[in-house]
Ligand binder design. Structure first.
Ligand SMILES: Nc1ncnc2c1ncn2[C@@H]1O[C@H](COP(=O)(O)OP(=O)(O)O)[C@@H](O)[C@H]1O
Ligand SMILES: [Mg+2]
Length: 116
């Protein structure tokens, strides 16, 4: 990517705002709260990394941000707009089975957009 493309990518990158988001699975009797009252902002054009032990809810938060699932309560916004479902403005790279091991990370990321 050359400098002008980098700048364009930075301008296009959105701000994500998670406000008091909670996510539970299961029925009322056997409910499991996986994400509890979670709030943070991911600034525009910044590389943001989420770390935590296995099972702490990272992938659940990713599914909420991707719009694959809805929070039990709270809100998730991209550029001030409520995330209602999956969209072309977000891309999820799955850890297993959906990567091409012979391609670079960069080519894996670009595989979807190139295929469109
Ligand atoms: N669809 C689901 N139904 C029930 N429990 C789930 C579901 N998805 C995730 N969980 C549980 O939520 C917890 C967090 O999972 P996950 O978000 O995958 O954690 P991480 O990605 O941080 O390892 C785990 O205990 C997991 O078993
Ligand atoms: Mg995970």
């Amino acid at each position: 990517m050359n400098d002008s493309n980098l700048i364009k990518a930075e301008i296009k990158a959105g701000e994500i705002a998670v406000r008091n988001a909670s996510k539970s699975y299961g029925t009322a009797q056997f409910t499991k709260e996986v994400v509890k009252d979670c709030s943070f902002t991911i600034e525009r054009g910044k590389l943001t990394v989420m770390i935590g032990p296995s099972g702490c809810g990272k992938s659940t938060l990713i599914r909420l941000l991707a719009g694959f699932e809805q929070p039990t309560s709270g809100t998730l916004e991209l550029n001030g707009k409520h995330i209602e479902g999956p969209g072309r403005d977000r891309l999820v790279l799955f850890q297993e089975t959906a990567l091409f091991p012979w391609m670079t990370t960069y080519d894996n990321i670009l595989y979807g957009p190139r295929a469109r």
